[in-house]
Ligand binder design. Structure first.
Ligand code: ADP
Ligand code: MG
Length: 586
């Protein structure tokens, strides 16, 4: 009980810091249970991990806020935000090191499955569980029992009351949070039903505050999105009612227009439309297929065993591009690998911007074809493959182009951006194609066949005990002495995702074992050799998420922490694929 905690604190007051270890355990407070999972070893060590559990019934949340998976995710995301703010309010710096401080994950503009707050359907009724970290107070290196009493009996109870209780004045904000999430879920269903790959609502605010902030550009400056009348559709959503916007159909879509007219901004909104956004973001009704992957050129990346021969034929020196490996890929080979890897992970839509693509991957124009014979050009440019990418690989494409007009020949849909407004330009583009032929010859190539999916060696992620694996900010993972560079993995949005990627890589063999046991119910095939089909690994992780939510990341025997967000299969694949320790074969 809480009295037990009070008693222990009295006992260890003034003793050496290590005695805080005695606090590890569970304590029943009025209205919640507190778990001290891990006490830090000294005042400067990473803070101590705690959890609190409250019964959903006692917390008083109305049933609409947790009826159904979508509402639950939105409720927990909402509470993770409350927790973040409450932690700031009730954090007190005291004594040495991180004493008295309360640490939580920092949420951004997306509604995500965060491990910070989860709904746990325990047999004795649903619980809300919040995970965070606290700095245990010390004077010098001795325990400050008084400040610790303050932390456990004032700061934490206040935090719980603020963050995990239902307050009438929150009802409206919570209602909006759940409503926009449910509307976005409804829009995603509509995408499937109507054969669209994306929807952008009229009135959306796409531009962001700055390159460094994902907050919306202020309404006075931003031009709200207006759909082309020819492409405008009306949809009915459960909460927002009828709204209109631009539907992007399957197939090959170009976004064209002059420089600085808003093409990349529209594409960026589509890239992030794989996630749900919070109320007030401006992109609440901008949704893209969840299986959309932004790819770009990424020279110098590591590529292991990827079949890129549909795009890159025989290379000088006789490198086999059916199983392409490079410690430092070029612009075009890296982009080809990114495309094939996205397909392998299950992508159904590819997003690309001419700004960040390798020109020779996109096209070879008539003059270059005349000057450089096909026999000495290994690349079959995407312009000659993009229709097969759709037909054979089942991936639609949305491509931003400002300069490469040869794509007009292969597009199903053309949208033109002009002063941040979208216009329908498909018919005009056809007319241009008729009037001004491109003169290039489609490059002779064998028909595209789906690449063979790879198997990877799960033990390639084995490492020495002392080699740490950790996320460094949003786009980098330290894996022992190696750095996995995720700078080009542009759909990572939350450091919790990156931490989860590091967490998975660090436990690769455990995950592989656990997932194959789950699947086969015991007998693990291939156990000896430890090879696993990458696609299968990703699908099994995704099934785990669907069944258990973000807590599926915590394998049996692990204590949940509040700092993870379940990544998409595409980002998991991206981290695995860029690891220089990876061994893989078709
Ligand atoms: P492009 O890719 O066509 O060259 P960008 O999308 O990069 O253009 O946009 C150029 C600039 O215009 C950026 O600074 C962006 O923030 C701003 N911008 C984009 N869309 C809008 C909009 N709808 N309203 C106001 N500013 C915008
Ligand atoms: Mg641009």
């Amino acid at each position: 009980t809480a009295d037990g905690l009070r008693e222990r604190l009295r006992r260890i007051d003034g003793r050496g810091y290590k005695a805080y270890r005695d606090l590890e355990g569970a304590y029943r407070f009025a209205g919640f249970i507190l778990y001290v999972d891990h006490a830090q070893g000294d005042p400067f060590a990473p803070p101590s991990r705690v959890r609190v559990r409250v019964r959903l019934e006692d917390a008083g949340f109305p049933s609409w806020s947790w009826a159904g998976r979508v509402a639950q995710v939105a409720l927990c995301d909402f509470l993770a935000r409350k927790l973040f703010h409450a932690a700031r309010t009730f954090s007190r710096r005291t004594g040495t090191g991180n004493g008295g401080q309360i640490f939580t994950a920092v949420p951004g503009q997306e509604i995500l499955e965060r491990s910070a707050v989860v709904l746990d359907r325990a047999s004795d009724g649903p619980y809300l569980e919040a995970r965070f970290a606290v700095g245990l107070p010390a004077r010098g290196r001795t325990i400050d029992g008084g400040a610790a009493q303050e932390l456990f009996f004032v700061q934490i109870p206040q935090l719980v009351a603020r963050a995990l209780g239902f307050h009438a004045d929150d009802a409206e904000a919570l209602g909006r949070h759940v409503a926009v999430a449910e509307d976005q879920a409804a829009l995603r269903v509509l995408l499937e039903e109507r054969g669209w790959v994306a929807f952008v609502a009229d009135g959306s605010i796409l531009p962001r505050l700055s390159g460094a902030s994902d907050a919306p550009m202020p309404k006075e400056r931003a031009v709200a999105f207006v759909s082309p009348p020819e492409r405008r559709v009306a949809v009915r959503l459960p909460h927002a009612g009828e709204i209109t916007g631009m539907a992007v159909p399957r197939g090959v879509t170009l976004i064209v227009g002059g420089g600085y007219h808003g093409k990349s901004t529209l594409l960026r909104a589509l890239e992030l439309g794989v996630y749900d956004h919070v109320p007030g973001d401006g992109r609440e009704y901008v949704v893209t297929l969840r299986d959309a992957v932004k790819i770009r050129a990424e020279d110098r990346r590591s590529v292991v065993g990827v079949d890129i021969h549909a795009f890159i034929g025989e290379l000088p020196g006789g490198t086999d591009t059916r199983c392409f490996t490079s410690a430092s890929a070029s612009g075009s080979t890296s982009q080809a690998a990114n495309l094939v890897e996205a397909w392998e992970a299950g992508a159904r839509l590819i997003l690309m911007d001419e700004d960040t693509s390798a020109t020779n991957f996109l096209v070879r124009d008539a003059r270059m074809q005349a000057l450089v014979p096909k026999s000495s050009e290994p690349i079959t440019p995407l312009v000659d493959r993009v229709r097969e990418v759709y037909r054979v690989l089942g991936m639609s494409t949305i491509l931003v182009v400002g300069g490469v007009g040869d794509y007009l020949d292969v597009a199903d849909t053309v949208i033109r951006m002009d002063r941040y407004r979208a216009f329908e330009a498909t018919a005009e583009a056809r007319e241009v194609v008729r009037r001004i032929p491109s003169r290039r010859n489609p490059e002779e190539a064998e028909p595209l066949v789906p690449p063979r999916p790879r198997v990877f060696h799960v033990a390639s992620f084995r490492r020495e005990e002392r080699e740490r694996v950790r996320a460094e900010g949003l786009r980098e993972i330290r894996f022992g002495r190696e750095t996995i560079d995720l700078a080009a993995v542009e759909q990572l949005v939350d450091e919790g995702q990156t931490r989860a990627l590091a967490y998975i890589l660090a436990r690769m063999e455990k995950f592989a074992d656990y997932l194959s046991v789950r699947k086969t119910g015991g007998a693990r095939k291939d156990a000896e050799e430890g090879w696993m089909e990458l696609r299968e690994f990703l699908a099994a992780l995704e099934a785990l998420r669907e069944e258990k939510g973000v807590d599926g990341l915590f394998l049996p025997g692990e204590t949940p922490t509040g700092d993870l967000v379940f990544p998409r299969p595409y980002e998991i694949a991206a981290a695995i694929n860029r690891a220089r320790v990876l061994r893989a074969r078709p």
